[in-house]
Design a protein around this ligand. Structure first.
Ligand SMILES: *[C@@H]1O[C@H](CO)[C@@H](O)[C@H](O)[C@H]1NC(C)=O
Ligand SMILES: *[C@@H]1O[C@H](CO)[C@@H](O)[C@H](O)[C@H]1NC(C)=O
Ligand SMILES: *[C@@H]1O[C@H](CO)[C@@H](O)[C@H](O)[C@H]1NC(C)=O
Length: 532
């Protein structure tokens, strides 16, 4: 209670946003730790100052601690002045609190002004530090600033990471070890010849050790560029020439090397977060900056083109407005073609057949509607030669045909047979009168006996089925069992003459369908026996 009363009466709130203890606010505490984090009540209870909105700062001149309150922002004690200051708006320089001239201004070790945007303050202790130019890969080691990626800091000691390892020791401190470059559960090891496995440090299999000009090296940090062993953190390799390029220590990390007309340059190959642009290398030419929808093309103006509008095949041949005109690049080629009217075969062979029908026979293209590829030769289909190219699509039964079939069935019925195709077909006749004839076996007829439907084997006669060549049915498969419908009866030697194909119609009311085509059969039955 005493303390609370004191607080209310003693603190002067300044306009600045931070508050400062007035003369009557000075109290002597039994203990106030140096950085002002802990405060002690008169009765000896210690608490975190900030938990009560307080700070405890040491005043050298008066040899007292001062309890200060603050309301917002980040405050710290300005050493030996007994006051704190808002680090966002002020700096503490040589015992004085000064307003910042710009946001990035700060004081290193409270004694030197520096700019946090471009400089780095490395502290040896609270009172001594050094200001350095900032480097994206820089780290402080006491007051020193290390920018060489080969150097690291081991509890204030600078060491070369390729020769020494800084590992935690039993007492929690860190120790430097010679002849090692990594730690495995605090045990130092040499990653060129050892690795960190499930059972600690293990020797590498001799075959896994990479060598560069006879020197073993660890590929996680090193590379063999040409004949030179180099550190991947400081160098980049131009693999084509096997020449090394030093990584720049400033700016965004470069990860690739490009050969220009006269020299090698390093660059960042990723996409820029800010602009979405990226750099691409044209070997022997140089770097080209590309927007998101751009790509490189040797023949395009300035080596780049818009991928939504133009087309470039093989990164080489440029087709102005190619994309807009619906063109595509030949696979593995440099020519462009229009797939709605053309087909491209290997080696950029373009033929005037829509891609839907175009096929390749080796490197030559052909129209699959009229030709086939046999043993690497393009041969014209017999049917095409007969004037009417056979097309499977023509053999599909239309709904109208099914409806006709259904009506026929309901009016006068149809003969239904099951039979297996035996052997390859024989062909007879010439030209347009050519026919194909298949032998049938295991012929059974679906019959209505009394009130039962039964399958009755048709015995004693040789059954066959005939179709005009190059019409449906075109192909019955030997060994496959089919269902046949016909308005005529199978008649022994003469057999059934089909004008339909294996899944279909039908000039008269003949049809044939493989019984393995279950989906199609069920649809067919549905329509056939339905009443609509
Ligand atoms: C010490 O004083 C503080 C503030 O008056 C009080 O909250 C705390 O309980 C006291 N502690 C003891 C042990 O008396
Ligand atoms: C670190 O050691 C390697 C190997 O001896 C040496 O080539 C390199 O120059 C050293 N780096 C520095 C920064 O001293
Ligand atoms: C490590 O090597 C350095 C010189 O390279 C040497 O001065 C030092 O004594 C070595 N330390 C140990 C523990 O062998």
């Amino acid at each position: 209670m005493v303390f609370n009363t004191f607080l209310v009466g003693a603190i002067i709130i300044l306009n600045e946003g931070f508050t400062q203890a007035g003369p009557t606010g000075i109290i002597t505490l039994p203990e106030c730790n140096r950085n002002g984090r802990f405060c002690t009540y008169r009765n000896g209870t210690i608490f975190v100052c900030e938990s009560k909105g307080l700070q405890c700062c040491w005043n050298q001149k008066r040899s007292t601690h001062q309890i200060i309150t603050f309301t917002r922002g980040h405050y710290e004690c300005c050493p030996e002045t007994g006051t704190n200051y808002n680090m966002h708006t002020h700096i503490c320089l040589n015992g004085q609190i000064l307003k910042k001239s710009r946001d990035s201004e700060s004081a290193c070790a409270f004694t030197q002004r520096y700019d946090t945007n471009t400089e780095k303050c490395c502290l040896k202790n609270e009172k001594y530090g050094q200001v350095h130019f900032k480097n994206p890969s820089g780290i402080c080691c006491n007051e020193k600033y290390l920018t060489d990626p080969q150097l690291d800091c081991c509890q204030g000691v600078i060491y070369n990471v390729t020769k020494q390892a800084c590992c935690k020791s039993g007492d929690g401190d860190y120790t430097l070890h010679n002849n090692s470059n990594a730690c495995c559960l605090n045990v130092p090891y040499n990653s060129a010849v050892q690795y960190c496995g499930d059972h600690g440090v293990q020797e590498k299999d001799q075959t896994e050790i990479r060598q560069c000009n006879g020197t073993p090296y660890d590929p996680t940090w090193h590379m063999c560029c040409g004949d030179t062993l180099a550190d991947t953190r400081t160098h980049l390799c131009h693999w084509i020439t096997g020449r090394l390029v030093l990584k720049p220590s400033y700016g965004i990390h470069h990860d690739k090397v490009c050969r220009t007309r006269h020299t090698l340059v390093s660059y960042y190959s990723g996409i820029s977060d800010r602009s979405g642009e990226r750099q691409v290398c044209i070997d022997g030419v140089g770097l080209v900056m590309l927007a998101q929808d751009e790509n490189i093309c040797y023949e395009a103006p300035n080596y780049k083109y818009n991928t939504n509008i133009h087309l470039c095949c093989g990164k080489e041949k440029f087709y102005e407005l190619g994309m807009r005109d619906g063109k595509q690049c030949c696979k593995n080629g440099v020519f462009a073609y229009n797939p709605s009217i053309e087909t491209c075969c290997p080696n950029d062979q373009i033929i005037a057949v829509p891609e839907q029908y175009g096929r390749c026979c080796g490197m030559a293209g052909y129209d699959s509607r009229t030709h086939t590829c046999k043993d690497g030769e393009i041969v014209e289909d017999e049917c095409a030669a007969m004037g009417k190219p056979f097309q499977l699509e023509d053999c599909t039964i239309s709904d109208q045909q099914l409806l006709d079939f259904n009506q026929k069935f309901h009016r006068s019925g149809l003969y239904v047979y099951f039979a297996t195709v035996h052997g390859p077909p024989t062909e007879k006749g010439r030209g347009k009168r050519k026919v194909r004839k298949w032998k049938l076996e295991n012929v059974e007829q679906l019959k209505n006996k009394g009130k039962k439907m039964t399958l009755v084997p048709s015995k004693g006669k040789k059954f066959s089925v005939t179709a005009k060549k190059c019409q449906c049915p075109y192909e019955l498969v030997t060994g496959e069992r089919y269902i046949f419908w016909s308005e005529k009866k199978f008649k022994g030697r003469k057999g059934l003459i089909l004008n339909a194909m294996q899944t279909g119609y039908i000039k008269s009311f003949d049809a044939v369908m493989p019984i393995s085509k279950a989906d199609y059969l069920s649809q067919f039955f549905d329509r056939l026996f339905g009443t609509e």
